[in-house]
Design a protein around this ligand. Structure first.
Ligand code: NCD
Length: 313
């Protein structure tokens, strides 16, 4: 298959079908096995710009680690106060400036549509690292890759997505990505935080899903529990947040009432949704997601920079 990622913007996961995602997974499998020296050839001499207008630990450092691991370099800012944005510079000028220094741009921004806008302005590829409540496509790539690695398949799995389904951008990218397969999706949230109907409108003819409030009622069916943080910073009213915070807490007892091999995922950061006691259970896969996040982002960058990364693998 021709490399579908070469020189391409990554704004929404909706633009990538199953065979394209699986192309990426197979590049990732190969890169993971590559020796140190060969890996360093994949982005030799390339520079990645990281523009983070919102806080991040994993996504930013994982892009950075991925780029360094394939022989490239990075520059950018982790907070807009460290840039001329603080002086009032607009996003278009920031993007125009940085694209002169780099080969691709990773952008995280609080506004929906900011990434699409940046991609229209920039002549270099733009990778969406989170756009408001809209999407976080590379998170979904690593989420699916982790499920594949642990379960060996996605079709036929019972997958619950739990927590803040209204404001969590990882939720949307995950739902869209899963709709390339045929799992059964259980959407579990308080009534105020149900998934926005636009997402279901897009996928309802492709995938089986149902909405729930009580995780305990369905736990016995589940192969995957994907837990999300209630997105405090996105609530228009802090009182609303107070009403729903702590709605779901995954603990050892809950997991013991489910399937023995039910895997627990989380894009992280967690703020109480998964008790630390769960970390030592074999079910806990959220730290594995972090590891595969670096691998998949390395594969994505290598595929964006090289017309045929297989030549180098
Ligand atoms: C997520 C995000 O920023 O959307 N974090 C991440 O990138 N892994 C999830 C969150 O902030 O809750």
């Amino acid at each position: 298959m021709k490399n579908p990622f070469y020189n391409r913007d990554i704004i929404t996961i909706k633009e990538f079908n199953r065979s394209e995602l699986e192309y990426l997974f197979s590049v990732a499998d190969k890169i993971e096995k590559l020796d140190y020296e060969r890996k360093k050839e994949l982005a030799k001499g390339r520079i990645l710009g990281l523009l983070f207008f919102e806080p991040s630990t994993r996504t930013r450092l994982s892009f950075e680690a991925a780029m360094l691991s394939i022989g490239g370099n990075v520059l950018g800012f982790a907070h807009p106060s460290m840039s001329s944005v603080e002086k009032g510079e607009n996003l278009a000028d920031t993007v125009k400036t940085v694209e002169s220094y780099v080969d691709a741009i990773v952008l995280r921004h609080p506004m929906e549509g900011a990434n699409r806008f940046a991609a229209e302005i920039a002549s270099k590829p733009v990778i969406n690292a989170g756009s408001g409540t809209e999407e976080h496509p590379t998170q979904a790539m690593l989420d699916l890759y982790t499920i594949m690695k642990v379960k060996g398949r996605i079709n036929g799995l019972n997958i619950a997505i739990v927590g803040d389904l209204k404001y969590g951008r990882t939720v949307y990218s995950l739902i869209y990505a899963l709709s390339n397969y045929s799992p059964r999706i259980f959407l579990v949230s308080p009534p105020q935080l149900k998934v926005r109907s636009e997402a279901l409108f897009n996928i309802s003819d492709k995938i089986k899903f149902s909405e729930h409030e009580d995780l305990k009622e369905i736990i016995k069916n589940l192969d995957v529990i994907y837990v999300t943080r209630i997105q405090r910073e996105r609530f228009p009213d802090p009182h609303e947040y107070e009403r729903v915070k702590g709605s779901y807490v995954i603990d050892v007892d809950l997991l013991k009432s489910g399937k023995e091999d039910c895997m627990v995922m989380h894009p992280l950061p967690r703020v109480g949704e998964i008790k630390p006691e769960v970390d030592k259970m074999p079910n806990a896969k959220y730290f594995l997601q972090i590891y595969y996040g670096k691998v998949i982002r390395g594969a994505l960058l290598a595929s964006i920079f090289n017309p045929d990364p297989y030549d180098l693998l």
